[in-house]
Design a protein around this ligand. Structure first.
Ligand SMILES: [Zn+2]
Ligand SMILES: [Zn+2]
Length: 357
C-alpha cells in the first residue's frame, strides 16, 4: 500500500498527536489529490488542536490538521475537468453541507454542519490530501507555495471587506498589525475608502505598510492618549469603519471613540482574555443612539478566487508574512516557535521538503 507522512491528531492535545506514516488518500471521482508543498500554521486554531480538551467546535478526531495549504495536483478524479496533474494550486478548506437550513437558504457561510479540511476532514499537514475539485483554485506563477498558503486568511479578510460594504469616500481604521491586520489594511486601502489607516504596535511592520502607500499610526498601549492625539488630528470628524484584529479590549475602547455616527465596528480578532465592560448598558446604548453597527466576521466561503486575485496582482502582498518555514518532522518545534517567538508572523510547514517555487 502507498503510504505518506502526516501529522495525525487522535484527539486534541499534543500527547495525542504524532507524525507518522498513514495510507495515501483515495481520490474520489469529483476529487483531486494535492501534493502539499506548503501548509501554514493558523496560530490559534493549531494551538487549540495542540491543547488537551481543545480543538474547538469544528474539530472531529482523528484528523490530519492544517487548513491553509498549497501544492501541486498529483491526481484527478474521472469527473474532474480543468485541472490536471502538475497544476499549481491552493484550495478552499470550507465545505458547507448543502442541506441545512442556512445552506438551503443561500447562506452557506452559516452552515450548521460546516465541513473544514484541517478540522473535521483531513488537512494539509501531510504529504498528500484529497479535496473536492470545485474548491481548488490555480495560483499564478508569481506566487510561491509559501505565499499561496495565505489564500485562506486573505479569503477571510475578503469576507470582512464584503461585510463592511465600504462606500466611496469613507474612512477606515484597521487595528492590530498581526497577519490579519496586515492583510486587511491592504484590502481596505484598495477599496472604495478614500483613506485607510493602519494602527499597530510593531514599528517594522508599519514601515513595510508605509512602503505600500498605507498611512500608519504607532499604537501606544501604556498610554493610549499618544495615538489618540495623532488620530484626532487625522480624523477630526471620526471614521466610518473600524476593523479590530488586535484582540485587545483597551484598544477597542480607545478606538471606538473615533467611530462616526452611523459607523460600523467590525470585530475580526477574538478577545482571548476576560474583558470588563465597565457599563455594558452605556456601551450598547452608545451604539444604539449613534446608529452604529457591530459586525462580527470570523470565517468565509467561496472567497478563494478573489483572494488569489488580490495576491497575484500584488494588491495584497503577503511575502512579508511568511517569516519562518519548517519541515513536517519539526512541526511541534514550529508551533512552539510561533507561540513564543515574537518575530514570527506566519510559520509555514513543508511536508515534502523545501519547495523550489
Ligand atoms: Zn486559518
Ligand atoms: Zn449546511
Amino acid at each position: 500500500m502507498r503510504m505518506m507522512k502526516a501529522l495525525v491528531h487522535e484527539k486534541a492535545g499534543r500527547p495525542n498527536a504524532s507524525i507518522k506514516m498513514v495510507p495515501y488518500p483515495t481520490c474520489g471521482d469529483d476529487e483531486v489529490i494535492i501534493k502539499v508543498m506548503a501548509c501554514g500554521i493558523c496560530k490559534w486554531a493549531e494551538i487549540s488542536h495542540d491543547t488537551v480538551g481543545g480543538g474547538g467546535t469544528l474539530a472531529r478526531y482523528p484528523v490530519i490538521t492544517g487548513h491553509e495549504f498549497a501544492g501541486i495536483i498529483e491526481e484527478v478524479g474521472k469527473n474532474v475537468k480543468d485541472l490536471k496533474p502538475g497544476d499549481r494550486v491552493t484550495a478552499d478548506n470550507a465545505i458547507p453541507c448543502g442541506y441545512c437550513w442556512y445552506c438551503k437558504n443561500g447562506k452557506p457561510l452559516y452552515c450548521e454542519n460546516f465541513g473544514s479540511h484541517g478540522h473535521n476532514r483531513n488537512g494539509g499537514f501531510a504529504q498528500y490530501m484529497s479535496i473536492i475539485a470545485k474548491n481548488v483554485v490555480k495560483i499564478p506563477d508569481n506566487l510561491s507555495f509559501d505565499e499561496a498558503t495565505l489564500a485562506e486568511p486573505v479569503a477571510c479578510a475578503v469576507e470582512a471587506l464584503d461585510r463592511a460594504d465600504v462606500k466611496p469616500g469613507e474612512e477606515v481604521i484597521v487595528s492590530g498589525m498581526g497577519p490579519h491586520g496586515i492583510i486587511l489594511a491592504q484590502l481596505f486601502h484598495h477599496s472604495n475608502a478614500q483613506r485607510c489607516v493602519a494602527i499597530g504596535l510593531v514599528e517594522s511592520r508599519l514601515r513595510k505598510l508605509e512602503s505600500y502607500g498605507i498611512t500608519t499610526v504607532l499604537a501606544e498601549r501604556s498610554d493610549c492618549s499618544v495615538h489618540e492625539a495623532q488620530l484626532e488630528k487625522m480624523f477630526p470628524n471620526g471614521v466610518d469603519i473600524i476593523v479590530d484584529t488586535s484582540g485587545s479590549w483597551p484598544m477597542v475602547q480607545s478606538l471606538i471613540k473615533f467611530l462616526r455616527k452611523g459607523g460600523r465596528f467590525i470585530q475580526y480578532g477574538s478577545y482571548h482574555s476576560q474583558i470588563q465592560i465597565e457599563n455594558p448598558a452605556k456601551f450598547l446604548n452608545d451604539l444604539h443612539y449613534n446608529n452604529q453597527q457591530y459586525i462580527g466576521v470570523s470565517c468565509q466561503v467561496n472567497n478563494f478566487p478573489r483572494a488569489v486575485e488580490y495576491m497575484g496582482t500584488g494588491k495584497c502582498k503577503v511575502d512579508m508574512l511568511v517569516t519562518h518555514t519548517f519541515d513536517l518532522d519539526d512541526y511541534f518545534l514550529a508551533l512552539d516557535t510561533n507561540k513564543t517567538d515574537k518575530s514570527t508572523l506566519k510559520v509555514v510547514i513543508h511536508p515534502n521538503g523545501k519547495p523550489e517555487g
